[in-house]
Design a protein around this ligand. Structure first.
Ligand code: NAD
Length: 440
């Protein structure tokens, strides 16, 4: 298939490279000339494990090219995917569709032959229909079919998620769109991935319902963690006991500082706005949003309490600032709430993140940056684990014990075993598990 991918962000670049790996010819298009120049020079604008090798391989094979010219890039394509951002619209919480419609209009003006335009961006119910109206208005002379193909990849394991998805959802309202989607995903037939064909509206809603359900699941276990702390239960074991029930499942039951990232916060909000517009109350999703917002602030209190009620004049070493490991994405990361608050209460923050620093230092100007975890903890009054990067699990706690001013760990991701940490002489506070003092 000949495919165009508009937008080379986290979704567009991964999807483009993976479609090329499937054997399709892919042209990736972006309005950002710096991104395109970097890609053409062999660089990768984001951190995603394995993406550099995949892009390099497919560029060399001649199946993957980059351009800033949408007018040329979309010509002669059998499917044109829109994978631009749909951030929260300032002021009202709706999804901002400016980029989607701008791309749609530019595509319509550029096309010379019939084709299928596919929304891969997460877009509210009804967006596909509006695009269809736009195409009919701008190009009444041309048959432009549309499809909705929401993306479910997770940053950090995006390539595996795209190449071996649990399912592919395709919203279509024409045979041409159905055929184009079948063609794009045909290589997945060999591993028997379910391809779900639905209406445009159903497909658009599946994406929001999925993300809102997952955000609710995380928020549910976070609230259980609060109760565990009060009654002396262990949330990790509660989650395991729940998750082994096949009706529940183990994923997305890790208690932590509240969800963040580029999708859950904006998608839950946009879903509630869509429901309001249609006169429907989504109280569970609304509660999830509110509980999660409060939780990030509660984490600040948790840290301050663990440090004896005040952080003024104290140095806090922060391990991890990205919203989750294996990405450099800082969008809506809990660190963006927690670190400025701690700084506001008089703490000095010294942070380390394996991949996030470049993006984070623009957003967290008040933070000092360390080159490795050991530099971060030197002379610190507390160590706060905010992101569960794998490299933190293997830290030499005996070495760290000798370097810190106060042996105190506040682990908001439960990466350590409380008894082991106490054995090494630390006081230890985690999520939904009893706090422990240093073992003597
Ligand atoms: P992103 O901000 O990383 O990338 C968007 C890209 O689109 C940018 O490079 C931007 O320059 C480009 N762009 C904007 N307007 C353009 C135009 N008119 N023509 C060409 N390029 C244009 O966004 P993302 O994280 O990749 O997300 C894209 C969409 O996918 C969003 O709707 C998001 O909700 C959805 N999504 C994201 C994830 C994720 O994990 N990031 C997962 C599933 C779905």
């Amino acid at each position: 298939m000949r495919i165009a991918m508009i937008g080379v962000g986290y979704v567009g670049l991964v999807s483009g490279a993976c479609f090329a790996e499937f054997g399709h010819d892919v042209t990736c298009i972006d309005v950002d000339p710096k991104k395109i120049a970097m890609l053409e020079a062999g660089g990768i604008p984001i951190y995603e494990p394995g993406l550099d090798a995949l892009v390099e391989k497919n560029v060399k094979a001649g199946r993957l090219t980059f351009t800033t010219s949408l007018e040329e890039g979309v010509l002669d394509k059998e499917a044109i995917f829109i994978a631009v951002g749909t951030p929260t619209r300032r002021g009202d919480g709706h999804a901002d569709l400016t980029y989607v419609f701008a791309a749609g209009e530019a595509i319509a003006k550029a096309l010379k032959e019939p084709t299928v335009v596919v929304t891969k961006s997460t877009v509210p119910v009804g967006t596909g229909r509006k695009l269809k109206e736009l195409f009919a208005r701008v190009r009444p002379d041309l048959k432009i079919d549309i499809a909705s193909n929401p993306e479910f990849l997770r940053e950090g394991s995006a390539i595996e998620d795209f190449m071996r998805p649990d399912r592919v959802v395709c919203g279509v309202d024409s045979e041409a769109a159905r055929e184009a989607m079948r063609g794009c995903y045909r290589p997945l037939n060999t591993i028997e991935v379910p391809i779900l064909f639905t209406s445009l509206e159903t497909s658009e809603l599946i994406k929001y319902a999925t993300n809102s359900f997952l955000a609710t699941k995380i928020t549910f276990i976070n609230e259980m963690a609060d109760l565990c702390e009060k009654v002396g239960a262990d949330v990790n074991e509660v989650a395991r006991g729940m998750g082994l029930d096949g009706r529940i499942g183990r994923k997305f039951l890790h208690a932590g500082p509240g969800y963040g990232g580029s999708c859950f916060p904006k998608d839950t909000l946009a879903l509630v706005r869509t429901a309001e517009q249609n006169g429907v109350d989504l109280r569970i999703v609304e509660s999830t949003i509110n509980v999660n917002e409060m939780r990030k602030r509660r984490m600040v209190r948790k840290i301050v309490d663990a440090m004896g009620g005040s952080v003024a004049g104290k140095t806090i070493a922060v391990l991890g600032v990205t919203f989750k490991p294996n990405t450099d994405d800082m969008r809506d990361a809990p660190s963006l709430v927690v670190l400025p608050s701690l700084k506001g209460e008089g703490a000095t923050i010294r942070a380390y993140d394996p991949e996030g620093k470049k993006e984070a230092e623009k957003l967290l100007p008040e933070v000092l940056w360390a080159r490795d975890p050991y530099e971060a903890v030197e002379g610190a009054d507390a160590i706060v684990v905010l992101t569960e990067w794998n490299e933190f699990r293997g830290l030499d706690l005996d070495r760290i014990r000798q370097m810190v001013a106060q042996p105190r760990i506040i682990d908001l991701r439960n990466i350590f075993n409380p008894a082991e940490v106490a054995q090494r002489g630390f006081s230890y506070t985690s999520i939904g598990r009893p706090s422990v003092g240093p073992a003597v």
